[in-house]
Design a protein around this ligand. Structure first.
Ligand SMILES: NC(=O)c1ccc[n+]([C@@H]2O[C@H](COP(=O)([O-])OP(=O)(O)OC[C@H]3O[C@@H](n4cnc5c(N)ncnc54)[C@H](O)[C@@H]3O)[C@@H](O)[C@H]2O)c1
Length: 326
C-alpha cells in the first residue's frame, strides 16, 4: 500500500482538519508550519481571545496563494468534533529562568479547560499536548479527556532530542539528520541526554570519536537542557523548535508512518515505571502511540532516568494536592 493509499483509507475527518487550541506564539507558529507542510486541508485556531485567533488565522491565510493552500480560520470547540488531531498549546508561559514545573498549577487549569471544551464537542481523535510542564500536562489531559493512553501524546523531549542532534552535528561535523540520538525523561531540568544511544552510521559515539575528537558530554547535556532558557531570555518565548516538533508528530500520525520519535506518553511498566507520563521513544501511527520502546541504557543513564521519573511523580502529587478542595 502506498502512502497515498493509506491517507485515502483514513476517514475524511481524520485527514482534513486539525484544531489548535491556543493561538499564541507556539500555536500560531505551529499553524504556519503545518500550512507549509500541507498536511491538513483545514487548520482551525481556537483561543480564549478570539480576536487573536482571527488575526493569526488571517495572517497565515495571506500566504496561501504563495505557499500551500489550506483553509486557515479561527473557530470554536464545535470544530473539534470533525478533527483527526487536536493540539493544545494554551498554557502558562515561563519567563527568564522560571522552571517549567513552576507554572504547573496555572497550566493545569488552562489545559483542563481546553480538554473539557474539546471533549464536550465530541473530539475523538489524537490529542497532542505542548503546554508546559508538558509531561504533567499530558497526564492531566489524559485523565480529564478519558481518551485512551495511546491517543494522548506530549511533545516531550522531541525538541530536546533535535537540539542534541544539532549540537552533536556541529561538534562532529555530520549533518544533524545523520546523528541518531535520544533525550529521555522529563522535558525539563531532569531530562537525560542518553549518549549511549547515539549512533552515526551505525557507530557508537566512542567509536566515531576515536582518539581524534574529545567531547565534553556534560557540557553538551547542559547546553541542550538550558537551550530553552537561553532562547526565552533572548526573545521572551520559544516557538520554531516546538512548532516543528508538533508538525513532525502530526505528520507521523496522519501519514500512519510508524515513525519512532521520543514523545511523552503514559508508561506501562517500562524500566519498572507506570502511571506517569514522560518521554521514551514511541512508534507513532494513525492511532497515536502504537508501541513504547525502552532502549538499553548505561547504568548512569538508568539512574538519571529514574530520578527524572521521581521528579515528575512528586510534581504531579504536589499538583494534585494543590488542586484538591481544602
Ligand atoms: N513543549 C515545548 O517544548 C514548549 C516549548 C515552548 C513553549 N511551550 C509551552 O506552550 C505554552 C504556550 O506558550 P506560548 O509562548 O505560545 O504562550 P502565549 O501566552 O503566547 O500563548 C498562549 C495562548 O493560550 C491562550 N489561552 C490561555 N488560556 C486559554 C484557555 N483556557 N482556552 C483557550 N486559550 C487559552 C492565550 O490567550 C494565548 O493566546 C506554554 O505553556 C509554554 O510553556 C512548550
Amino acid at each position: 500500500m502506498t502512502r497515498r493509499d493509506l491517507v485515502e483509507a483514513l476517514s475524511p475527518g481524520d485527514t482534513e482538519r486539525i484544531v489548535i487550541v491556543g493561538a499564541g506564539h507556539v500555536g500560531a507558529t505551529a499553524a504556519y508550519a503545518l500550512m507549509l507542510r500541507a498536511l491538513f486541508r483545514e487548520i482551525v485556531l481556537i483561543d480564549r481571545n478570539p480576536d487573536l485567533a482571527r488575526a493569526e488565522a488571517a495572517d497565515i491565510a495571506d500566504a496561501n496563494a504563495l505557499a500551500r493552500p489550506a483553509r486557515v480560520r479561527a473557530g470554536d470547540y464545535a470544530d473539534a468534533a470533525g478533527a483527526g488531531v487536536a493540539v493544545i498549546t494554551a498554557g502558562a508561559a515561563t519567563h527568564g529562568s522560571q522552571s517549567r514545573l513552576s507554572v504547573a498549577a496555572e497550566s493545569a487549569t488552562i489545559v483542563t479547560d481546553c480538554v473539557n471544551g474539546l471533549m464536550g464537542a465530541g473530539f475523538h481523535g489524537v490529542l497532542v499536548v505542548a503546554s508546559n510542564p508538558v509531561d504533567l500536562m499530558t497526564r492531566i489531559a489524559l485523565r480529564s479527556s478519558g481518551l485512551a493512553p495511546a491517543q494522548v501524546i506530549g511533545t516531550g523531549t522531541l525538541l530536546d532530542t533535535s537540539r542534541l542532534q544539532q549540537t552533536l552535528s556541529e561538534a562532529l561535523k555530520v549533518s544533524p539528520g545523520s546523528v541518531e540520538a535520544l533525550v529521555l525523561g522529563e522535558h525539563g531540568d531532569s531530562e537525560v541526554a542518553a549518549f549511549s544511544t547515539v549512533r552515526i552510521g551505525g557507530q557508537t559515539l566512542d567509536r566515531f570519536c576515536g582518539d581524534q575528537v574529545t567531547l565534553d558530554r556534560a557540557a553538551i547535556a547542559r547546553q541542550v537542557r538550558d537551550a530553552g532558557y537561553d532562547i526565552v531570555t533572548g526573545k521572551g518565548y520559544t516557538s520554531y523548535g516546538v512548532a516543528t516538533a508538533i508538525v513532525r508528530i502530526c505528520e507521523a500520525i496522519i501519514r500512519d508512518e510508524r515513525a519512532v520519535l521520543p514523545v511523552s506518553t503514559l508508561l506501562t511498566g517500562q524500566y519498572g515505571w507506570s502511571d506517569l507520563c514522560l518521554s521514551l521513544p514511541c512508534i507513532l501511527g494513525v492511532g497515536g502511540v502504537e508501541r513504547i520502546l525502552a532502549p538499553e541504557l548505561d547504568p548512569e543513564e538508568t539512574v538519571a532516568l529514574a530520578a527524572s521519573a521521581t521528579t515528575l511523580i512528586k510534581a504531579f502529587a504536589d499538583l494534585s494536592v494543590a488542586a484538591s478542595p481544602q
